[in-house]
Design a protein around this ligand. Sequence first.
Ligand SMILES: C[S@@+](CC[C@H](N)C(=O)[O-])C[C@H]1O[C@@H](n2cnc3c(N)ncnc32)[C@H](O)[C@@H]1O
Length: 257
Amino acid sequence: MFERSVAGYDDALFDAAGLRSTDQVLDLGCGTGSTSRRAARSAMRGGVLGVDLSSAMVSAACRRAEEEGLRNAEFLQADAQIHPFAPASFDVAISRTAAMFFSDRVAALAKVRRALRPAGRLILLVWRPASRNAWFLELTRALADGRRLPTPPPDAPSPFALADPDVIAAVLSAAGYADVAIRGLEGGMYLGPDPEQAYDFTLGFLGWMLDGLDPVRRARACEALRCTIDAHAGLDDVSFGSAAWLVTARSQQASAD
Ligand SMILES: C[S@@+](CC[C@H](N)C(=O)[O-])C[C@H]1O[C@@H](n2cnc3c(N)ncnc32)[C@H](O)[C@@H]1O
């Protein structure tokens, strides 16, 4: 479901990546591998390495790539922040909604830069602030049931940790990238084909917000969630507004290397 929920951004991401058939591509936080598979279809004479912390995600990614007969896609269960990638071994690094979960973004992206060849391309899709993301605002408002839930500190890993373009530019510059460009995009966040599946999907990734509620408040929050989802149901799907930054940069040799 998540693969599809943000797929509306894929054309912009892959246009920016401009993959060539011989490229070696690194997909950071690849999840179940939809962007890795698309990259593998473009880089047919090259290859793709998808890396994710979650072994369950990596297993699903392997299975799907195999089902599609993509022999040039490999997957690795690893922490992309610290994994010892071979130096200068990739032409492009992509990441769809994952880089903001790195705990030390400068160190992680500097490591990725060293894995890129000189002038290698980095393309990140990251969320713009929560205030621009109706999916987050409306779903969390329903589940909060009037509570003011704590927000993570700005530099802690979270979906919105790279929501500030000044922070993105500072992180990439400190990590040794040049030609940083940040473009605002808006699109839909697909939650499912119908309200029932959208409800289950939402509780799958935001259900933790019900923790600590007594049964009455929990039932009220779930009802509020159903109402919010119903209000966004169209003929074929349930979709909320979303906004992301498309970030592009090039690796440069840092004096510390
Ligand atoms: C929101 S999901 C996006 C998944 C995928 N990129 C997609 O768009 O379908 C974020 C992913 O980043 C992964 N992730 C977070 N921190 C990571 C790290 N340090 N190394 C590797 N993967 C990481 C998570 O396990 C999760 O699968």
